[in-house]
Write a protein that binds this ligand. Structure first.
Ligand code: BGC
Length: 735
């Protein structure tokens, strides 16, 4: 009888399409007992591990589901396989609450797109949104409801391996990319069967790990935190991100996954976030080694009270939450609030209305690795490359007869997939050699020699590489990092091109042949020797399935590169952290008399390549910078107008960038801050008037009292194709 009643109630809930989500959430909550409520707060990996081993429950996934002891699984894919989990949840558990299935779709499911830092190099939010849309279409067809992406952590230290997963060092660009990805994954209708919930991570400050060592301590001022590190999170919350992941690190003595200030005061109180928070892998359990909880039970209490709704692989909620409530240590109201947040997202995804909406095998066959999505990976790859140097060698002439591709990445099928490639299919990867063969067919001979491995000291391949290179008209050096050198837990203590690759390049250089470096890597590297000695450098990051075809298009001028760096390239590791939006200091460098000004004895302060930098085969000229007025009220917007001209021989796209500087404030302000950008296409000789606007919102900052305000005073505005080479004007803001 009881069972029949519950079934009746559930079906009323499900059919009540016109009732508000909140009412439906409450009606489910009213039926739940304590164990079932706690079950919703528990998440386990149902497949492979993406973190260290934890003390998992003995029961199988299906037993846990049947018992209502689990609300979410991750690391499990396939329309059929995930259907079975869902079937158990909605047909065999008492309350039939659907399970939510998560996965790290970071830059694709099986169809691998460029790594996030590469996509950010496109400075094209529309393109990045399309990429996320495709990733959602493909992964949702394989049973995925929810991706643990985008990673919106600001990173100023290239030693940190996870710099590859984000959008670089700047909060404005980072926010634009975060919003684009949220919109792409979640679409206009989260309940559609081809949209998935996004999860902004890692909240917060994770990218500022001391010395770039993953999981390390973070400590900075509240102002820096809000002004730089929290900006992309705030933008993503405003854009409607469904979920958020709390991070591993501590900030100022408080681990983020136990921080009431962050997860409740800022996120929910100040920002109004109404989705749910999932911990990172065991980050609630790690409150014990952090030293703020004596045992797992205390960690569970701390985590939930702070605002972590779902415990990923932590066992803390699973093992101790019922007991904590029964002992009166955690209130049922707190539990209810967390359950409510999780159910809300399950409703918004439409899982209560149709729990199997992501489990159509036909859709899976059609959408996974479809021709359209593979083509899309190439479109994104083309815009993700950054031309760092070109003395005129590029584009190569199509009548070249002999090309030597030299280096360990030239034929690699795996590395172009990059870290976190999920179910990336190496058989679908087009290598550099294959890309050149596809482009030139039988008209040219493409020779290959590995020369050396990515890591290690073995130089025995040098001789063959030199012999091969001797026969060629041009050398394409294919060097860099393996996919395993960046990503989670992949910090490095040097930024050199690893192993003996640079040595190999030096040997080849002695042949005096034209050389282009095609670099694959997950972080800025110190490539001074290459900058001085090779003819051209193409930064490719990891471009995904269509790597070789996209690279060949650029090398032969079928695509004119348009990417710009989202992160500064230092000259040497000792300069790190080096970022463009730094403060002036009381003793800024005086290049003429450096003594007692802020500088190094043995290195310049300048980067090798600044933020926003990237070349094209054509040239762009900026002129006629004008402002709508020179004096503005603090609630007015300013129009910034200038002319951009393509003065070169090729059609091309330029990312025009706008920076501002607030000259005097109640607190010190960065020497430059990005406040707008636009990608503009121009034919040779064509020019265009471009208009940006500086809204009051863009001039706001956290003043002496931590109020977010515009302060009257003098400003500078800069326009240019990177953060250094700019033209400028001044304006004044008055009360
Ligand atoms: C990572 C997260 C990831 C999670 C699940 C963790 O180790 O830090 O970024 O989403 O594992 O795979």
């Amino acid at each position: 009888m009881k069972k029949v009643l519950i079934l009746l109630l559930i079906s009323t809930i499900i059919s009540a399409q016109n009732r508000s989500t909140e009412q439906r959430v409450d009606s489910v909550l009213a039926l739940m007992n304590l164990e079932e409520k706690v079950g919703q707060l528990v998440q386990y990996s149902s497949g492979w591990a993406t973190g260290s081993k934890t003390d998992r429950p003995e029961e199988s996934s299906s037993d846990l589901l049947k018992a209502g002891k689990i609300g979410s699984f991750f690391n499990i894919v396939g329309a059929e396989t995930t259907r079975e989990l869902q079937r158990i949840a909605v047909e065999e558990s008492r309350l039939k609450i659907p399970v939510i299935i998560g996965l790290d779709v970071i830059h694709g499911y099986k169809s691998t797109f460029p790594v996030p830092i590469a996509e950010a190099s496109s400075w094209n939010p529309e393109l990045v949104k399309k990429s996320a849309r495709w990733q959602a279409i493909e992964s949702s067809a394989a049973g995925v409801h929810w991706t643990f992406n985008p990673m919106v952590d600001i990173a100023r230290d290239p030693r940190w391996g996870r710099i590859v997963e984000g959008s670089g060092e700047d909060p404005y660009l980072g926010a634009a990319m975060a919003v684009a990805r949220i919109k792409g994954y979640q679409g206009d209708d989260l309940s559609a069967s081809n949209t998935i919930a996004a999860c902004i991570k890692h909240f917060a400050g994770y990218g500022a790990a001391e010395a770039g060592r993953d999981y390390n301590t973070v400590d900075f001022s509240e102002r820096t935190f809000h002004e730089f590190y929290l900006r992309p999170f705030k933008a993503a919350v405003d854009a409607g991100a469904a979920t958020l992941m709390s991070s591993f690190n501590e900030i100022g003595g408080v681990p983020a996954s136990g921080s009431h200030y962050l997860l409740t005061k800022v996120l929910r109180g100040m920002w109004g976030f109404d989705g749910f928070v999932v911990s990172d892998w065991n980050s609630v359990g790690e409150l014990v080694p952090h030293g703020v909880a004596a045992n797992l039970k205390e960690a569970a209490e701390l985590g939930l009270e702070a605002g972590v709704d779902m415990d990923m692989e932590g066992n803390a909620y699973f093992r101790h939450m019922v007991e904590l409530v029964n002992e009166g240590m955690v209130s049922i109201e707190t539990i209810d609030e967390s359950v409510r947040r999780i159910l809300r997202i399950k409703f918004r995804l439409g899982l209560f209305d149709d729990p199997y909406k992501y489990n159509n095998v036909e859709t899976e066959k059609k959408n996974v690795l479809s021709d359209e999505i593979i083509k899309a990976t190439k479109d994104v790859a083309l815009e993700s490359m950054v031309l760092l140097k070109n003395d005129g060698l590029l584009p190569l002439k199509k009548d070249i007869r002999k090309i030597a591709v030299i280096g360990p990445l030239g034929q690699s099928k795996e590395d172009p997939l990059g870290p976190w490639n999920q179910q990336g299919q190496k058989d679908y990867v087009v290598t550099v050699v294959e890309g050149l063969q596809n482009k030139l067919g039988s008209s040219a001979e493409i020779m290959f020699a590995e020369g050396c491995k990515i890591l290690g000291e073995d130089r025995t391949g040098f001789a063959e590489a030199l012999e091969t290179a001797k026969k060629a008209d041009v050398i394409v050096l294919s060097l860099g990092e393996s996919l395993h050198l960046s990503g989670e837990a992949q910090s490095r203590s040097t930024l050199d091109v690893p192993g003996v690759q640079e040595e190999l390049a030096k040997e080849l250089h002695k042949l005096g042949k034209p050389m282009v470096l095609v670099l694959m890597n997950g972080r800025p590297l110190t490539i001074n020797w290459f900058d001085e000695n090779v003819n051209a450098i193409l930064e490719c990051w990891f471009l995904g399935l269509q790597s070789g075809n996209a690279i060949a298009d650029v090398l032969f001028g079928d695509y004119n590169p348009s990417g710009k760096l989202p992160v500064t390239f230092p000259k040497s590791l000792g300069q790190v952290p080096l970022y463009y939006n730094h403060k002036n200091t009381g003793r800024p460098l005086n290049p003429k008399v450096p003594a007692y000004t802020s500088h190094y004895n043995d290195e310049s302060n300048d980067p090798l390549y600044p933020f926003g930098y990237g070349l094209s085969f054509t040239k762009f000229e900026y002129s006629d910078l004008k402002l709508s007025k020179s004096e503005f009220k603090k609630d007015e917007s300013i129009k910034v107008i200038f002319t951009l001209k393509n003065t070169g021989k090729y059609a091309g796209e330029e990312v025009a960038q706008l920076y501002v500087r607030d000259l005097v404030g109640s607190v010190t302000r960065p020497v430059k801050e990005l406040k707008d950008f636009a990608k503009i296409k121009l034919n040779p000789g064509e020019s265009k008037m471009v208009e940006f606007s500086i809204t009051p919102e863009k001039l706001k900052f956290f003043d002496l009292n931590m109020d977010f305000v515009v302060e009257p005073g003098d400003f500078k505005v800069f326009i240019g194709g990177n953060s250094v080479d700019v033209i400028e004007q001044s304006f004044k803001v008055v009360e």
